[in-house]
Design a protein around this ligand. Structure first.
Ligand SMILES: [Zn+2]
Length: 74
C-alpha cells in the first residue's frame, strides 16, 4: 500500500451536539412572527372595511401576492 505524501487532516466530531441558544433566538422569532403577521394582514386583509390606509395604494402594491396566495380579491 502506497503512503501518501500529503498529510490527511483529522476530523473530530463533538460527542455532545451543540445546543441552540433559545434565549437568544426567542426575541428574534417573536419579532419576525409579528412582522410576518403584519405582512400577511397587508397582503390579505388591507381592503375595504378592514383597511387601515385609505386609498388603493397598499392594495395595488400587494395585488399580485394577494392572488398568488389565493386571497379573495375581485
Ligand atoms: Zn385582484
Amino acid at each position: 500500500m502506497a503512503q501518501s505524501a500529503v498529510a490527511q487532516p483529522t476530523v473530530t466530531t463533538p460527542d455532545v451536539p451543540a445546543k441552540l441558544p433559545i434565549g437568544a433566538i426567542a426575541p428574534w422569532a417573536v419579532f419576525l412572527g409579528i412582522l410576518m403577521l403584519v405582512l400577511l394582514y397587508f397582503v390579505g386583509a388591507e381592503q375595504g372595511a378592514t383597511s387601515l390606509v385609505s386609498g388603493e395604494g397598499v392594495h395595488e402594491w400587494v395585488h399580485d401576492a394577494r392572488h398568488l396566495l389565493g386571497f379573495p380579491c375581485h
